[in-house]
Design a protein around this ligand. Structure first.
Ligand code: R5P
Length: 277
């Protein structure tokens, strides 16, 4: 039987969603390299062009900023992977209150740069909660006109809890605003968070550098709990073996590999005879 065409499908949104999250397995390995927008020179990104050039072949999508796309993607690599363009900012690590963000890139600029999606941070429960939720809704109102999916990041302030109660609440607010993808942090009972925003896809941020086994376990647990993938940054580009790390994460996300199997992949890329257990 021929599948019926879906008259209600938003073709532009779906086309870009398919570029971000593989329709083959509904999974994504997003590489986050947007940190300098508020951290300035970030460990592992001082030579950002080389970092991106090295890791681009192993990710499905690159989350980054307008300036980084202009300055750090080699001309021959432009268009080789979909870009999730960060379009909120205006804060810095020098200021205690990180939630003071506004929209920084117009939707026309995102289209001109061929972004597959745009990303906005929301600080639920922080001093500038309303401003950041309005950043998200304003961007969704604009992006919907052009068929661009918006990814909402449930950002957390320095002293905010990363538990199920908080992250599920923040994620649900992002879904309700109209976000097409939610990026949040892993927490205990994560499947409850995924269920609470289904069918909106959830990707998991890595957080501060931990260790290869711990980061792999977080990726594994996230996938088992129903996340469509990860958007890891520091646990990949700050590792001594970034290619091994991103290959291992890829195997967990797309190949349903265990942490032990992923560690074998990581170890195969470690120079010399060293091995992590
Ligand atoms: C935070 O808002 C940034 O968008 C980063 O992209 C995000 O934290 C993911 O990177 P990492 O895995 O280093 O935490």
């Amino acid at each position: 039987m021929c599948p019926m065409p879906n008259a209600y499908l938003d073709v532009g949104i779906q086309s870009r969603m398919n570029r971000i999250i593989s329709p083959k397995d509904n999974r994504v390995v997003m590489l986050a390299v947007d940190h300098p927008y508020f951290q300035g020179p970030t460990t592992g990104l001082k030579d950002m062009s080389t970092t991106i050039k090295t890791l681009l072949p192993y990710c499905d999508c690159l989350m980054t900023t307008r300036g980084a796309v202009r300055a750090n993607i080699a001309p021959e690599d432009v268009g080789s992977k979909p870009i999730m363009l960060r379009v909120s900012g205006g804060n810095s690590v020098l200021f205690e209150e990180l939630s003071d963000e506004k929209l920084t890139v117009t939707i026309k600029e995102a289209i001109r740069m061929d972004a597959a999606g745009v990303a906005v941070s929301v600080y639920v429960g922080a001093a500038n909660q309303q401003q950041t939720i309005m950043n998200l809704t304003d961007m969704i109102n604009q992006a919907d006109e052009y068929g661009i999916p918006v990814l909402a990041v449930t950002a957390v302030g320095k002293n905010m809890a990363r538990d199920l109660r908080y992250l599920a609440l923040a994620s649900r607010i992002c879904q309700d605003a109209g976000a097409r993808i939610i990026k949040t942090y892993y927490c205990d009972e994560f499947s409850k968070l995924v269920d609470s925003v289904a069918p909106t896809p959830v990707v998991v941020a890595g957080g501060k550098y931990s260790s290869p086994p711990d980061a792999m376990k977080m990726a594994y647990d996230s996938i088992q709990a129903g996340a469509v993938g990860v958007d890891f940054g520091r646990n990949i580009f700050q590792d001594e073996n970034p290619i091994g790390m991103i290959k291992a994460i890829n195997a967990i996300v797309h190949g349903n590999h265990t942490v032990k199997e992923a560690l074998d992949i990581y170890n195969a890329c470690l120079p010399g005879a060293r091995k992590l257990e």
